[in-house]
Design a protein around this ligand. Structure first.
Ligand SMILES: NC(=O)c1ccc[n+]([C@@H]2O[C@H](COP(=O)([O-])OP(=O)(O)OC[C@H]3O[C@@H](n4cnc5c(N)ncnc54)[C@H](OP(=O)(O)O)[C@@H]3O)[C@@H](O)[C@H]2O)c1
Length: 332
């Protein structure tokens, strides 16, 4: 079968399409024929050896996909051949087939196609966990989403609206801002694309405060980090929650902790992947809620770019180069 292979850590240019054997099944595993896969920032980090979970070399990148069950191991209980499934594998999805433990699969509801299913798990799974379990967001609160037109960002914009929050979307361009508006953002802020100096940080904080009647944002969803993080914490409301989602800007911020004291706010870590392994029943309940929201047309993953499996390395490069808006798909 065809698969995108990482034989050596580095940029997408080091990846190659190869013919490898179809994986053999363990008794608790399911073989899925992949129809559609999607790119996430962790793929960009993993091929460089920079992600918190690293498979041994050589490996096939690709954290999530959707497809059809083609074979099952003798101990598999919940799936049968022909079932349509979400695959949340962490790696291995940029390939024609994947063998995964059944706990990493969910059935796809009948009203959802393979592309939407491939685009939904990691982004909306992270955002619903962040906003519900970690921030306990309430209707009427203000949610600031940084990097808001990206994969996790846009899902947080939609979920924030679904939970009745006022959503402020912060992005690096007019084009990205208008995408956030289309997905429900009430206000947008455009920040400089190449990081913020001290004056720009002050201006960013002041803009957030001006949009929140001087009170600051109740919840800040931050997948960007870098020099954007500290001014966002400075513009967090009393009793606010600043959610540490990721560091797409490439730098882990080190904000002074007196800010948490002065704001009486919480700096809250979010590690969705580890949580799903510890709390599968709660994660399943979140997914069922996401399916209801999708059915009610309150969430709708935006798919803006498509690549085929032969060009999957270009798909990873596209996202890594900050060109992605919403989700980037790989048709398998
Ligand atoms: N905590 C968790 O459980 C969890 C789960 C999934 C993902 N994540 C993390 O969330 C982050 C975003 O992931 P994603 O898949 O949504 O990525 P994405 O689609 O590429 O979105 C990232 C956004 O970050 C902004 N950004 C700022 N500086 C950037 C830079 N130097 N390079 C690239 N983007 C930059 C971009 O928006 P602007 O151009 O508007 O600034 C971009 O839209 C990653 O750090 C990822 O590891 C965390």
């Amino acid at each position: 079968m065809k698969a995108l292979r990482c034989n050596e850590l580095g940029g997408p240019e080091k990846l190659s399409i190869e013919d490898i054997p179809v994986p053999e099944l363990n008794t608790n595993e399911v073989l899925v024929g992949i129809k559609s896969a999607s790119v996430n920032f962790p793929d960009v980090l993993m091929i460089q050896g920079l992600y918190q979970y690293q498979p041994p070399l050589p490996f096939t990148p690709g954290a999530e996909a959707a497809g059809i069950v083609e074979a099952i191991g003798s101990d598999v209980k919940n799936f049968k051949i022909g079932d349509k499934v979400f695959v949340m594998a962490g790696a291995g999805c940029f390939a024609e087939k994947i063998a995964v433990e059944e706990v990493r699969l969910h059935p796809i509801p009948s009203e959802m196609d393979f592309d939407v299913a491939a685009a939904l798990s990691m982004t909306y799974g992270t955002s619903i966990f962040a906003l519900k379990q970690r921030a306990n967001i309430q209707a009427g609160e203000t949610l600031l989403v940084m990097g808001a037109s990206g994969g996790v960002g846009l899902s947080a914009v939609e979920l924030g609206k679904a939970y009745g929050a006022k959503v402020i979307a912060a992005v690096s361009s007019e084009e990205k801002a208008s995408v956030c508006k289309e997905h429900g953002a009430d206000e947008t802020i455009i920040y400089p694309a190449d990081g913020l100096d001290r004056d720009q940080q002050k201006e960013f904080s002041n803009t957030i405060k001006n949009l929140t009647n001087g009170l600051g944002a109740n919840v800040v969803y931050d997948p960007v980090g870098g020099t954007y993080a500290e001014p966002a914490i400075r513009a967090t409301a009393w009793d606010g929650r600043y959610l540490v989602i990721g560091f797409a800007a490439g730098e882990i911020p080190k904000p002074p902790l007196n800010l948490a004291l002065l704001k009486n706010c919480q700096i809250v870590g979010v590690f969705w992947g580890a949580w799903t392994a510890m709390f599968p029943a709660e994660n399943l309940a979140n997914f069922n809620e996401l399916f209801s929201l999708y059915k009610a047309k309150k969430i709708n993953p935006r798919i803006t770019d498509r690549f085929n499996l032969n060009n999957a390395a270009d798909a990873i490069a596209h996202l890594g180069n900050r060109k992605a808006v919403g989700k980037v798909l790989v048709d398998v």
